[in-house]
Ligand binder design. Structure first.
Ligand code: SF4
Length: 189
């Protein structure tokens, strides 16, 4: 519920380390390409909304990035409605919620698209490189790839969490927002 929590755009950069890999990847692609395709805008936009980012700040964030590659007029014409719609202020005014892992996992991710769950949608070799970049130890890399092979993607994500946060989880990750909250609290404990 976005009304009960708040996430400030100025804190985005320092909080990305608490994002699950699926959302870190959206962040990195937006920074790098100054654009995200529709399904990424749905996935990442709703996640940030779920963290408590206001519509005003969301529009500021997307506009800042997108207008590095397009005019402000183009952004306003082609994209601003999408984000207002995502926040339920225009159109059907549906109160969209952040997608849970099962919803993200069910999607198809054609090549060239960056949405989805890395533990399911990435090739094992690509995932393995990324895990090492994120300082996941060899034993956990093997464990994660084994879980991926057995299609236990959320368990693989949980192992990733335990490896990068250095703490145990009692439950299997089932929601990107919960991952974020658990990661934030892991450094407070
Ligand atoms: Fe994201 Fe869920 Fe996949 Fe983890 S299991 S990377 S939180 S979709």
């Amino acid at each position: 519920d976005t009304t009960s929590r708040s996430f400030k755009l100025c804190d985005l950069k320092k909080n990305v380390e608490h994002f699950p890999l699926c959302m870190k990847f959206q962040y990195e692609n937006l920074e790098k390409k100054h654009h995200l395709k529709h399904f990424s805008r749905v996935q990442y936009g709703l996640f940030l909304k779920g963290l408590g980012l206001s519509l005003e700040e969301a529009l500021k964030m997307w506009k800042t990035e997108f207008t590095k590659k397009m005019s402000e007029r183009c952004f306003q014409k082609e994209y601003s409605y999408f984000f207002k719609h995502q926040y339920g202020t225009v159109g059907s005014k549906i109160k969209y919620k952040a997608q849970c892992c099962d919803t993200i996992l069910e999607q198809s991710v054609p090549s060239g698209f960056v949405h989805g769950c890395p533990f399911k949608h990435w090739d094992a070799s690509v995932l393995s490189v990324r895990l090492r970049e994120d300082d996941v130890c060899d034993e956990d890399v093997r464990k994660i790839l084994g879980l991926k092979q057995r299609e236990q993607y959320r368990a693989a994500c949980t192992t990733y969490f335990q490896s990068v946060c250095g703490c145990k989880l009692d439950d299997v990750i089932d929601h990107p927002v919960k991952y974020y909250d658990k990661s934030c609290s892991s450094i407070v404990d």
